[in-house]
Design a binder for this molecule. Sequence first.
Ligand SMILES: Nc1nc2c(ncn2[C@@H]2O[C@H](COP(=O)(O)OP(=O)(O)OP(=O)(O)O)[C@@H](O)[C@H]2O)c(=O)[nH]1
Length: 857
Amino acid sequence: MSIRIHELAKKIGMNNKELLAMLKERKFDVKSVSSTIDNISAEAIVEEFAEKNKTAEAAAQPPPPAPEPEAAPAPVQIPTVKSAADVAREKEEAARAKKAAEDAARAASSPSPAAPVEKPAAPRKAAPAVPPPPPVVSAPKPPPAIPAPKPASPRPASIPAVRSAPAVPPSPPQTPGVRPAPSAAPAQSAPRPASPPPAAPVSRPVSAPPPPAPRPVSAPPPPPIASAPKPTPAIPGTTPPIAPASATPDQPSEAGDGELKIISLKPPVIVRDFAPALGLKPFKLISELMGMGVFASMNQAIDEGVAIKVAEKHGYLLEVKHRGDAASQQAAKAEEKKARAKKAAAEDDPKNLAPRPPVVCILGHVDHGKTSLLDSIRKAHVASGEAGGITQHIGAYQIEYNGRKITFLDTPGHAAFNKMRARGADATDIAILVIAADDGFKPQTEEALAHAQNAKVPIIVAVNKMDVKGANLDQVKAQMQQHGIAPEDWGGETITVPVSAIKGTGISDLMEMILLQSDVLELKANPKADPSGVIIESQIDVGRGPLATVIVQRGTLKVGDSIVCGQQWAKIRAMYDDRGNAIKEAPPSTPARVIGWSGAPDSGATFKAVKNAREAERLAEDAQHAAKLAATSQAAAPKETSIDALFANIAASQQKTLKIIIKADVYGSTEAVRSVLENIKSSKVALEIVSTDVGLISKNDVLMASTGSATIIGFNTKLENGVTPLAKHHKVRIETFGIIYELADRVREMMADLLEPDLKEVKLGAAEVRATFPLAKGFVAGCLVTEGKITRNAQSRLRRGNKIAYEGKIEMLKRFKDDANEVRAGLECGIKLGDYNAYEIGDVIECFEIQKVRASL
Ligand SMILES: Nc1nc2c(ncn2[C@@H]2O[C@H](COP(=O)(O)OP(=O)(O)OP(=O)(O)O)[C@@H](O)[C@H]2O)c(=O)[nH]1
């Protein structure tokens, strides 16, 4: 067992930092106030300080009043100005103090002369002021010493003695003392209580039978005490409030310096929540984290260790409240799982199942007409709205054909969207493989086929573009046979439907086949089960926050339901169908857009409904915690290092690196962009993807990019207000794209731009020397420009046969007697090359320039 330093400091009433310093001095292995020390040492320190405190307290007590017997009557008068309740309480306190005094006196073998003094003093509030210790503490009763409601100044000596008692702790008995009369005088004298108490020995009469002699010496109070009895009983009461008042101003500063403020957060520690707890703007925190080499965006969680360090830096102690212990959690989880399994079994009872619409996924190579086909089916024009005419998201739609519903998932055909296609296939009952009749099998056709086969769903092949001139159905069928999906009319089992998405031919046949296949599959679900399903796509919408397209697989999802999906959860605020109409509920096989998420859930993940929002939040938190643990243990796992790897790392560290922050509209797009960029291979420039996130490009992204010298690449997303000037200020490059291959090409260029440009010689022209003319100094060559042009100050080379006789600048270029900037082919000119003079007739002067061209990767 151990105790944290700040807790110990609190316990012993010491400043955190001082205690830390002291422990370091004593060679404890402590680094910060949240470090711990073992309980045994802690107890020793507590005891040590308890001793010291006692001494200090005792020292703080006023010297026991001189054993003036006259002091006794003073308290007797108090009742005349106090309420009955005050009197009763004071009596009680007096009795207690008296008893304690007697005990102490008995303990001290010889009768003390102080004893009689204590009696009268007992009724004072001083007793409660020093609660636990023995009666002696109550001795300071001399409060009557304050007697004089006169100016405080004349009595400097007596005041400290009086004040010191209450100065100990501000205590409840103040109340009776809060009498109106004395207010002014005490207030003035208040600041004194701090004045050093009389000599310590005086204050400890209990343990040592008080030598009466020293007291009068060390304690100046006697004179006032003498006057005390008469003046006023009211005054004594005023003393206690005075001291606390004076103490207060000092305390905050002490506490302010030393006291550690505590922040309690539930895991995970998200930047958005953590920053305000520290009193920081999120971007400030993000920059600070970057300074520590930690890159995190607003919505990301940071490591607890890092968070604790940051908190300490700002003078806070961070407590991350984890839920319960692992064993009880696991037991609860096991119970829950059992109960769920039981419930699921009941829900899946055939008598509770009802037919549900098929979920059909459309797969195929890019541009083979998937979206057009779906368009034709939906009679809506989805394809015409897509950037570059290609599908870059998964779309989920429901249509009705012959009174029966069918849910369609459209998936992108571009190579980059492999993961999206895989998800599409996984979430469906039937896969439609679209193959263009004029193009046949292509790489993504094969890949899509593999996804459908992996998902073990029946495949229907739609041979599209049958209207196109080069359409060849038989060739496609032959390829199908080669790929192990022979068409039915060729003796295989694969339903094959020739269609034309543009002309709309064959569409009804295709629909019939889908319904037929669906009947064969006998698709059923319990609409009353606890809802669950799969996330098809998620994104962060500017107005509506995180939202996700889901397909309900079991039960009926309703607005108001609480659902959880991995690390995210939602209390469903609203749901929309594929055409944007608000819906209240989504039965099995229905696609719906769900709003109300805590964050964008992972596409392809499954969601399930739970009891309530609290439960959903708890499960999401657990998942976040588990993910964090997994990440930490992965990072901490020892990595194998070989010499080759070491050299490779050294080489990599010397390589130029293009750092990129990816922002995209939806989760699937971030995956696709990442996948495309990771496929750019170069031995000269490395590409580092600092982060990928969904949503608008924000100011935080700019700050993050600025700190990490990264470029922001946006895909299908826009910039938040104010981002452009901020980016300009921080010299951060932001580029946005709507078409993925354009994005990849541009990133390739950016990478190449990091390299020194290649130098390329570009020939401008040539001239032949026909004569030489003497000049005042040297010679000039009389030439005929034979090709291109000769330019003054351009680089030149003088060739004589196969040899190069001179290389340098064209220093002088003349057309007749005038200087010329350039002379074109077919004209004569005079050329002087640098300081060269040995021209010969027949020499060729070539003129060229050096151009910088982008290096290749
Ligand atoms: N002539 C003809 N053209 C078609 C047909 N179907 C699609 N197209 C054209 O083919 C091109 C690609 O169509 P899309 O529907 O966008 O193709 P896709 O497979 O969805 O493409 P990605 O979304 O990029 O995977 C468009 O120019 C369509 O007009 C068809 O049946 N006949």
